[in-house]
Design a protein around this ligand. Structure first.
Ligand code: ATP
Length: 255
């Protein structure tokens, strides 16, 4: 079967005038439809670069990324991107933010309302639908960003450290919520994180990258069943996986 996303020998070299810097070297990776993968690795190992290439925000120097077998050549509404900065429009309410992409796509008002109601409820912001972003906490803003990304019905969600700015408790709550949403509205998710626990809890496979040059180091399958639960976080299996990911990131030579 054709993978949903396929990185085929993808390299990215930045021309810095006197020198050239290889941010990503020969990344090859297939991601199946509906899979939830997380990407971890030391700072500067090319995680965001790889995601930006998949999102069509920048092109590779060589190799290619395909989605459903078709080469990515630019951004597409099929691929929703969520960054650490919430990137909400501050002058629009939660509902208007969630409906923004639908409006651009020409959906009629009643349809926009139906879709925004659904996703605002899924992320637990129904009581804040008419609020402006400045009145929301960081976690609520990020929930709004997730609802907005889902609303335009992308087949793929590319998430670059979306919970990086949040406190630990909010983070855990959003992880649960994101997985609940993913099980209802199955999309292919690629999620970058620096948090090893988060990487293991969310993913069916953890992609570990290494730096200088940025490259794929190891793929660690997470054979814990979904739905993932609080008990699983405390299980010996989870601890063993966390240790394996940790060692692969911080002591790659030994792994
Ligand atoms: N536009 C650019 N010009 C030159 N170098 C760049 C550019 N963008 C990224 N780089 C370099 O490429 C390398 C990979 O960057 P990237 O942001 O992909 O890493 P990352 O793994 O996402 O890092 P972090 O975890 O710190 O966000 C870094 O060394 C970075 O300095």
């Amino acid at each position: 079967m054709t993978p949903k996303i396929s990185f085929q020998n993808v390299s990215k070299v930045f021309d810095l005038g006197a020198t050239r810097f290889t941010a990503l070297e020969s990344l090859s990776l297939d991601i199946e439809d509906g899979e939830f993968i997380t990407v971890v690795g030391p700072s500067g190992c090319g995680k965001s670069t790889a995601m930006n290439i998949a999102g069509g925000l920048t092109g590779p120097t060589s190799g290619k990324v395909t989605v459903d077998g078709v080469e990515v050549r630019g951004p597409s509404p099929e691929r929703g991107v969520i960054f650490q900065q919430y990137a909400l429009f501050p002058w629009l309410t939660v509902r208007e933010n969630v409906e923004f992409g639908l409006k651009i796509a020409g959906h009629p008002k009643t349809e926009r309302r139906r879709i925004s109601d659904h996703f605002i409820e899924l992320v637990g912001l129904t009581h804040f639908a008419e609020s402006l972003p400045k009145t929301l906490s960081g976690g609520m803003k990020q929930r709004c960003a997730i609802a907005r990304a889902y609303a335009v019905n992308p087949k793929i969600l590319l998430m670059d450290e979306p919970f990086g700015a949040l406190d630990a408790l909010t983070r855990v709550q959003l992880q649960d919520q994101l997985l609940a949403m993913w099980s209802k509205e199955r999309r292919t998710v690629v999620f970058i994180t620096h948090d090893v626990d988060e990487a293991v809890f969310l993913a069916s496979r953890v992609i570990v990258m290494a730096a200088r040059p940025g490259r794929l180091h190891k793929i660690i399958p997470v054979e814990l069943p979904y739905p993932r639960t609080e008990e699983m976080r405390l299980s010996p299996e989870f601890a063993a996986l966390r240790n394996e990911v940790w060692r692969s990131v911080y002591h790659p030579a030994s792994q």
